[in-house]
Design a binder for this molecule. Structure first.
Ligand SMILES: NC(=O)c1ccc[n+]([C@@H]2O[C@H](COP(=O)([O-])OP(=O)(O)OC[C@H]3O[C@@H](n4cnc5c(N)ncnc54)[C@H](O)[C@@H]3O)[C@@H](O)[C@H]2O)c1
Length: 355
């Protein structure tokens, strides 16, 4: 059988996780790489034995008509142009999160996918985690009843990655578009993908990237450059999102915040039970007239080993067998509408309706 030929646009940090996922699949072949950073492109080509190397996505797409699928792993500002070009060239696309810089770009990407008839999958990798799978088994069994309130938290005490992440022209924003996007998507997914109708949000830029700290810790992007990095994005966001079925989600995400330590968890509360993913899955309910807590034998916390592999394997299965995608473009568009509305609400200091 002919192997599925894969192109990667943007061969930086996260591309390595995509590459590892493709390498695990016997029916895939790493076929071509593209990156505007020529030195990195060459190094990654040598590392992975890929010889078709391009500094321009259009040149790659023109030179390799036989490509079947493309992972878009660039800075956020290039997601739309690279995905649209690949879709127009007839390729299936897996685009990293966030889908785009804003909802307008996301809608243009979805339109390109609809017109090409090719798959546009969004890399909402948390949907493919073992912890999400565990919770979804209970959702599907009706354990929780109706979800009506949720909390999505992704707070870093001093975790601005530096490099392009703090440069709004390349990232589109700070912790909301980079971190919040993961937990907003995961909670909405578990709650059954309700339509967002309005948000109230506030963003802050009080502490910046805290690059001056002596004991700041990790999170550095490959391009981080303490002296020259731009930081013109928010460092904290807090928002309430209202959905059409009455579900309300409270979100907090930060790059810098005066808290004891980093926090990453989601909680959803339903009429029959609630759960927290913190990081183990725990379920809170009542039984036979008692408040009861359910915890699990063995670990249910998110295992990064296999996480991207699950996502990539699903993408390739969808490409091969035309299966329904678990993280389709339309969900990416809805999430971008939420993010746009939060930034708008923060600016206007009013609730913003989402159409
Ligand atoms: N799913 C996750 O958990 C996760 C984790 C980290 C990053 N990401 C996402 O992955 C993307 C990349 O992040 P990263 O940390 O790998 O960044 P990175 O800077 O390490 O890599 C991005 C690469 O894209 C290249 N690039 C930029 N514009 C390009 C263009 N127009 N054409 C070709 N190449 C281009 C850059 O030169 C760079 O090498 C971002 O969208 C980020 O949000 C997702």
């Amino acid at each position: 059988m002919e192997k599925i030929k894969i192109g990667i646009i943007g061969v930086g940090s996260i591309a390595e996780s995509h590459i590892a996922g493709y390498l695990k699949l016997e029916d895939c072949e790493l076929y071509a790489f593209c990156d505007i950073n020529e030195a990195r492109l060459k190094a990654k080509g040598e590392k992975h034995g890929v010889t078709r190397l391009f500094t321009d996505k259009d040149e790659m797409l023109a030179a390799c008509p036989e490509l079947d699928a493309v992972s878009v792993c660039t800075w956020n500002c290039a997601h739309a142009e690279c995905s649209i070009a690949a879709l127009k060239a007839g390729k299936n696309v897996l685009c990293e999160k966030p889908m785009a810089m804003n909802a307008k770009e996301a809608e243009e990407m979805k339109k390109a996918a609809d017109e090409s008839g090719k798959l546009l999958m969004i890399g909402f990798v948390r949907r493919y985690g073992n912890d999400a799978n565990t919770v979804m088994d209970f959702v599907n069994a009706g354990t929780f009843g109706e979800f009506y309130y949720g909390k999505a938290t992704y707070l870093r005490r001093a975790g601005a990655p530096g490099g392009w992440f703090g440069d709004k022209s390349r990232s589109g924003g700070g912790p909301l578009i980079d971190l919040g996007v993961h937990v907003i998507d995961l909670t909405r997914y578990i709650a059954g993908n309700p339509k967002p109708v309005s948000v109230y949000g506030a963003t802050f830029k009080k502490l910046g990237d805290r690059n001056n700290l002596k004991n700041r810790g990790g999170y550095a992007s490959e391009d981080a450059n303490k002296e020259n990095d731009i930081f013109d994005v928010e460092d904290l966001v807090s928002a309430m999102i209202r959905f059409d079925n009455g579900f309300v989600l409270s979100v907090e995400a930060s790059f810098s915040l005066n808290i004891a330590s980093d926090v990453g968890n989601i909680q959803l509360m339903g009429t029959k039970a609630g759960f927290v993913l913190d990081p183990e899955v725990k379920i809170f309910t009542e039984e036979n007239g008692y408040l009861t807590n359910i915890s699990f034998e063995g670990s249910t916390s998110l295992n990064f080993n296999g996480l991207f592999e699950n996502e990539i394997a699903h993408f390739v299965e969808c490409v091969k067998n035309n299966l329904p995608c678990r993280s389709p473009a339309e969900d990416g568009v809805e999430i971008m509408k939420i993010l746009d509305a939060i930034y708008e609400s923060a600016k206007t200091e009013h609730e913003v309706a989402i159409k």
